[in-house]
Design a protein around this ligand. Structure first.
Ligand code: SRM
Ligand code: SF4
Length: 599
């Protein structure tokens, strides 16, 4: 229940001013790290309600910048990581209102993007989902959306097509490895109008970058899957609304110590790869009571310095505890997470430091004194292989199927978005789902319509039954747009995979993930064959190269791939034969008739 407004107002005033904690020196919960506040940290609805009540639209200008005292005190420490200092000078949420002003000034010709302060344009705008592509396409932005559970409607697709169309060749859209959409080519002269349009269409871009929660992932076949424990879409929407304040931005949860990924898996397939999410909620039945709920896994993440699979969170959540639990967890992360060493700021470090039991108790405290249940022990007698969702599959609704089409490397153009919109309206229910493998699902297609649907020209480009290598290909953005990329990925991946399929018969799906640098946005370590941009030399010269990872498994009991080779030049005459050999030796591929072995 919300606290009375008067108390909330007092608490909010207490957290303004110089922002230094009113600590009484005690340490809570035995962690020895927490400054105890006179007022407990505010929760986001309270801040939002208070802002609405007092007609406040801009917290900073109102002098009531919200930030828990504890987090702020530590962030102000001299040793804080650079992004913390940047945030303390001016929070990224400040740009939510400034984007509109900037747009107007640029449209009037009163300023250009080059007049903006460097930290504003290159860092703080990421809080609005605007990533300046300074190195590859200066003056243009990648705009990252939030598409909970990867679900989009035909109307939304047409709106997105209209956003990128004016940018010509520079305007494209990418399906991301978090079943999300990114738009390219956006300039600051239109960004505010696009953002406004997104909200009007039930989408948003705020809080999609920097120290925020990333897109909520679930299952691309949620609600239509005969094997799911429950439909996670309502939870993913509720979580997204709670986190982003219905897409308008939520100051209370926007200054986390670092990014954080949350995924909800509703079936034994683990479609969202919970093992590499900071917070993985794995649906299951409590063997003792038969209740469907979620076991919590914590701490999975990839970074340049560390790649960790999650550890048991020793917590079982009832379905109605999911939103309050995640909210409390984010507040705990905000208040306790590391803000000095950014390499140790991901959730895993905090959970390891505290221990899963203490972490559960603390989150329970933040939920208002809830005693959370310990995780349930699951032992399945059968082996469950993660299903491939491409192709045509019967739904749990009799007479209906879903149709999965492969979008190589996730790259789309305005005309593709319009085609998807028309096709999903004509044959399905007017919606599509994106997958973390960067593909598209058309749900709720009557069986009788499949023949006509298959004949649509768009499925020649985005195949329903693609080759066994194409269907497993995933690629990050790479050097075409990403400033930290070591190598080009998407175009190279498409070209090499096409050649390998021309040369080989590949008997089963092989998941090949291409990622341009060790940040591993395309999750090279979950792949059968993972390629990660890295240094290499050829004839004594530094060239684009890859590290090769082999043997990642996904689904139940997932394990990360191990490094097999490094320093392999991307030069096609070297990389192509090497991949061909791997496919022959390890995945049963055979050279096609007429293609010489070793060709
Ligand atoms: Fe990522 C940074 C693209 C999923 C780990 N990621 C970046 C930046 C923002 C770097 C930059 O400033 O240019 C890339 C933007 C390039 C561009 O123009 O698109 C970028 N990441 C992506 C996307 C688009 C890859 C893709 O092609 O699909 C994915 C967007 C997902 C989304 O919709 O939100 C994307 N990134 C991931 C994932 C995969 C996942 O979430 O399952 C990871 C590994 C998992 C994880 O985070 O634990 C990932 N990205 C990173 C990291 C390393 C994080 C760390 O703790 O060190 C960075 C660097 C950073 O954050 O400082 C990064
Ligand atoms: Fe950019 Fe590296 Fe992420 Fe690829 S893996 S998108 S190159 S940050």
């Amino acid at each position: 229940p919300a606290r009375p407004a008067a108390r909330t107002a007092a608490a909010l005033r207490a957290s303004s001013g110089n922002g230094v904690a009113s600590a009484n020196g005690a340490s809570a919960n035995g962690t020895g790290r927490r400054l105890v506040l006179e007022d407990p940290p505010l929760v986001s609805e309270e801040v939002s309600a208070l802002m609405a009540e007092q007609g406040i639209t801009d917290l900073e200008k109102s002098g009531l910048l919200y930030l828990s005292n504890d987090a702020r005190a530590r962030a102000l420490a001299k040793k804080a990581a650079k992004p913390e200092k940047i945030k303390n000078e001016k929070g990224g949420h400040m740009m939510w209102s400034e984007v509109g002003e900037l747009g107007q000034m640029i449209r009037k010709g009163d300023m250009s993007w080059e007049d903006l302060a460097l930290d504003d344009i290159d860092i703080r705008l990421k809080w609005s989902g605007l990533f300046h592509r300074r190195k590859r396409a200066p003056g243009t932005f990648m705009m990252r959306l939030k598409a909970p559970n990867g679900e989009l409607t035909a109307k939304q697709l047409r709106f997105l097509a209209g956003c990128i169309e004016p940018y010509g060749e520079k305007g494209c859209a990418d399906i991301t490895t978090r079943a999300n959409m990114q738009l390219r080519g956006v300039t600051l002269g239109e960004a505010d109008q696009i953002m406004q349009g997104l909200v009007e269409h039930g989408l948003s871009s705020v809080m999609s970058g920097m120290d925020n929660v990333r897109n909520m992932t679930g299952s691309p076949i949620a609600g239509i899957d005969p094997h799911e424990f429950l439909d996670v879409r309502p939870l993913n929407y509720a979580l997204n609304d709670m986190i982003t304040n219905f897409g308008h931005g939520n100051p209370a949860l926007t200054n986390l110590p670092r990014k954080i990924n949350i995924g909800l898996s509703p079936s034994r397939d683990d479609f969202p790869h919970t093992h590499i999410n900071d917070v993985g909620l794995v649906a299951c039945k409590d063997p003792a009571t038969g209740e469907v709920g979620f076991n919590v896994e914590l701490g999975g993440y990839f970074s340049i310095k560390r790649n960790a699979t999650s550890i048991p969170g020793e917590t079982f959540l009832a379905v109605d505890q999911v939103v309050p639990y995640c909210k409390a967890l984010l507040e705990v992360f905000r208040d306790y997470g590391a803000r000095i060493d950014r390499q140790k700021a991901r959730l895993m470090w905090m959970v390891e430091d505290m221990g899963a039991d203490k972490f559960r108790e603390l989150v329970g405290e933040y939920m208002g004194g809830v005693t959370l249940r310990k995780g349930v022990h699951l032992k399945y007698d059968d082996v469950w292989a993660r299903r491939d969702v491409l192709g045509v599959h019967p739904q749990k609704q009799p007479g209906f199927v879903w149709v999965g089409a492969c979008v190589p490397a996730g790259r789309l153009f305005a005309s593709d978005l319009r085609d998807f919109a028309r096709v999903c309206e004509e044959y399905g229910d007017g919606t599509i789902r994106l997958t973390v493998e960067q593909d598209v699902i058309f749900p709720n297609v009557p069986e009788a319509s499949v023949g006509a649907m298959r004949a649509e020209p768009i499925f020649q480009k985005y195949e329903i039954e693609p080759g066994n290598l194409t269907r497993g290909m995933v690629s990050c953005t790479g050097a075409q747009f990403c400033g930290v990329a070591i190598i080009e990925t998407k175009n190279r991946a498409m070209a090499i995979v096409r050649k390998l399929e021309e040369q080989l018969d590949i008997p089963k799906k092989v998941r090949m993930h291409w990622t341009g640098c060790p940040n591993s946005c395309a999750q090279a370590q979950v792949a059968d064959i993972g390629l990660m941009g890295g240094p290499a030399r050829l004839d004594g010269k530094a060239v684009e190269g890859v590290r090769i990872f082999l043997g990642g498994t996904i689904g139940e009991g997932a394990a990360l791939a191990a490094e097999f080779e490094k320093g392999i030049p991307c030069e096609e005459s070297i990389l192509l034969p090497m991949l061909r050999e791997l496919l022959i030796e390890r995945y049963g591929a055979t050279p096609k008739a007429g293609v010489l072995a070793g060709a």
